[in-house]
Design a protein around this ligand. Structure first.
Ligand SMILES: [Fe+2]
Ligand SMILES: [Fe+2]
Length: 148
């Protein structure tokens, strides 16, 4: 079944968003590594892998419906200059993911595309989890600039 053109649009935006998140978390992980914060480097690397898995799930769906996955041109990542700024930049990215997936899920249900609705619901739940985790991490920082 050919997807609704707007569904193809949501999938393309989502793939681009996921690669942006992969890039941002990867750069943050490498920066923390350079600064000697190995625990934070590992934590950001784990986030990057989770976003890569999301890009993989979206790619699977695109391939199944006959569309070649392409993330297009990514906007520059904003890693932040210290740990708090990094986490705040990540909150901004996760918020935009939640908004995107909530809109995509609502639309896919309206056009009764159950397969893609399941995918968007899964991704929405994951991004809401990321947002919650980030909020808790920021709260736990207190006045400290980094938690090593
Ligand atoms: Fe994601
Ligand atoms: Fe995320």
């Amino acid at each position: 079944m050919r997807p609704h053109p707007r569904i193809a649009g949501f999938l393309g935006r989502a793939l681009s968003h996921e690669f942006l998140a992969v890039q941002q978390y990867l750069v943050q992980s490498r920066l923390c590594g350079l600064w000697g914060w190995q625990d934070w480097a590992a934590s950001f690397a784990k986030e990057s892998r989770e976003e890569l898995e999301h890009a993989g799930l979206l790619s699977d769906h695109l391939l199944r419906i006959g569309i070649a996955p392409s993330a297009g041109t990514l906007r520059p990542s904003r890693p932040g200059r210290d740990l708090r700024e990094m986490l705040e930049q990540d909150m901004a990215i996760e918020w935009s993911a939640v908004e995107l997936y909530a809109e995509a899920l609502d639309f896919s249900r309206r056009v009764r595309d159950e397969g893609v609705a399941q995918l968007f619901a899964h991704l929405l739940a994951d991004e809401q989890g990321h947002l919650k985790h980030l909020q808790e991490t920021i709260n736990s920082l207190g006045g400290a600039e980094h938690g090593q």
